[in-house]
Design a binder for this molecule. Structure first.
Ligand code: ATP
Ligand code: MG
Length: 314
């Protein structure tokens, strides 16, 4: 069936990203609660149609590691797409709460399985692996969203950002903790600085996965902007500094898993299959992990300790 704006009853805003907003909605014809994402793009209709067509590929995507896609449409210069509503929000909300090792392993395995599904079944890379793009529900499931299905959408978003790059002060990044229009992986930062366009590879997603695991464990992006005087210093640290590590309280297997993801030479990073065969994730398959309890405790903890963003540099 075709989804359209009139079908929705609108509820509260779930969040705001760099490109638009996400709202909780009720799809009246089906009675299904959904998340509706609005992306503002100044594009002609033919380009908008291309984006909708490309997004429709997602109708083929069914995996319990990936957010379900319900449909997309455009109105004027906005693209709207509807997806499964995840009632516990995104992983960044839980980052910095107590994250026991078995929970961290379960989150990681879900993400690796999701990434492998995208690569093997849809032949796409994610391109934006980070805690806000891993959603959680009260059943304790973790699913990926916002992966690069639409080349046209990715290109348009990249273009939209060129205009504001030079105006955007580094300290304004603190809310998002990473610069979404600059590459975040050593091989891609280096490529950019040498004026070569490095093609994005699955290994770059593996690097971002490593950073995401650490961020969930420590509660903030491992290269926090407030410790660097500008974005170039931050990028230099990613390229030339030692890769970040998981806190000591996690086991040697967990440490090794993250270190493998964060090999600076992209060619040395493991494939998804190799990651799934890593002892740390093999161990997770056999374990009974109380994810529901963890989500409940995390929500209670955040009620007492709301997430506050790091104050910007003076
Ligand atoms: P960026 O713009 O760099 O991708 P982002 O991922 O934070 O950053 P959005 O993708 O616009 O931005 O999402 C904004 C917020 O909305 C997310 O942080 C998440 O908490 C929430 N959100 C997104 N999709 C859903 C969903 N399907 N169900 C519940 N909450 C969601
Ligand atoms: Mg997102």
């Amino acid at each position: 069936f075709k989804i359209k704006m009139d079908d929705f009853e609108l509820f509260e805003e779930l969040g705001k990203g760099n490109y638009g907003t996400v709202q909780k909605v009720l799809h009246r014809p089906t009675g299904v609660t959904m998340a509706l994402k609005e992306i503002r793009l100044e594009l002609d209709d033919s380009k908008l149609k291309t984006i909708i067509t490309e997004l429709d590929i997602l109708h083929r995507a069914t995996s319990n590691r990936i957010i379900e896609f319900y449909g997309a449409f455009f109105i004027e210069s906005c693209v709207y797409y509807c997806m499964e509503f995840m009632d516990a929000g995104s992983l960044d909300f839980f980052a910095g709460c107590d994250v026991p090792e078995d929970v961290l392993a379960r989150i990681t395995r879900s993400m690796v399985e999701g990434l492998r599904f995208l690569k093997d079944e849809l032949k796409i890379m994610h391109r934006d692996v980070k805690p806000t793009n891993a959603l959680v529900n009260m059943k304790g499931e973790v699913k990926l969203c916002d992966f690069g299905v639409s080349g046209q959408l990715d290109r348009s978003l990249a273009k939209t950002n060129i205009g504001c790059q030079s105006y955007m002060a580094f300290r304004e990044l603190e809310a998002d903790k990473r610069c979404s229009f600059l590459p975040q992986q050593p091989e891609r930062i280096k490529g950019e600085s040498q004026g070569v366009v490095t093609s994005y590879s699955a290994a770059s997603d593996v690097w971002s996965l490593g950073l995401t695991i650490i961020e969930v464990a420590i509660g903030h992006y491992p290269f926090p902007p407030e410790t660097y005087s500008n974005v170039f210093a931050q990028l230099t640290a990613i390229v030339h500094g030692d890769p970040p590590t998981l806190p000591e309280r996690y086991s040697p297997e967990a440490q090794d898993f993250v270190a493998q993801c964060l090999r600076k030479d992209a060619r040395l990073r493991p494939s998804y299959q190799q990651l799934l065969e890593h002892p740390w994730l093999k161990g997770d398959v056999q374990r009974d992990v109380d994810m529901v309890g963890w989500v409940e405790r995390g929500i209670a903890y955040r009620k007492e300790n709301p997430k506050i963003s790091v104050p910007a540099l003076a």
